[in-house]
Design a protein around this ligand. Sequence first.
Ligand code: NAP
Length: 220
Amino acid sequence: MSETPLPTLSIVGGTGDLGSGLARSWSRAGYTVVLGSRSSERAEEMASLLRSEGFTSVAGETNAAAAAKSDIVIVAVPFSNYEASLAEIKDAAKSKIVVTAVVPLVPPKVSVVQLPAAGSAAVIAQSQLDPSTRVVGAFHNVGSQKLHAGSKADCDVLVFGDDADARTEVIKLADAVSNRGVDGGALANAAAAEALTSVLIWINRKYKVKGAGITISGLA
Ligand SMILES: NC(=O)c1ccc[n+]([C@@H]2O[C@H](COP(=O)([O-])OP(=O)(O)OC[C@H]3O[C@@H](n4cnc5c(N)ncnc54)[C@H](OP(=O)(O)O)[C@@H]3O)[C@@H](O)[C@H]2O)c1
């Protein structure tokens, strides 16, 4: 029996720290990844670097073109440019799953929780994108170091969304790059993981470590 082909992934902000780390990890796991950028040149430059490392199934495009060429879109940009990035992909992301890893950090106090009035970055995405787009929040608490270093992130990934099938799809993506994906329920619950990132940044600083993460106890 033939296996279901893996979805093609695009990463808005794929030239960045988290985006390129996720690209390396998903590429290693067999996914085709299209890196997105505000500049097609920067996207192709990063894609070329990854291909030179052996990740042959990586391409680079503008954010909108990358989203158009993929089945699932991952957004990994700074909160300061989040809404502009969502506008870039709004048309291309219609009827697709959009996964937002964006944490609403407000520099300079990034180790203090400062959630937006809307509740979370995840809820902002669902309100800005087309109603046919199923938004999922995930990867907020993943440090990029291990992804770049060639191993899975040593943590669980909480996955939030109002569509159960979309959560299931994204849990598979989390399983590919971390210890496991864990269903965290409704999209509004993403506020908890977004807030937790500031706590983890604090823990990293306090204990002089780089990759503090979370593991949910009590699961089989
Ligand atoms: N880094 C992590 O370990 C980590 C972990 C969990 C969650 N996150 C969250 O994931 C998101 C991305 O984090 P990151 O560390 O990967 O960010 P980053 O490296 O600073 O930026 C990612 C990409 O976003 C694009 N971008 C769009 N507008 C920008 C602006 N105004 N300033 C700078 N870059 C801009 C840039 O791509 P182009 O210039 O090519 O368009 C950049 O390469 C953030 O919301 C962060 O809180 C990060």
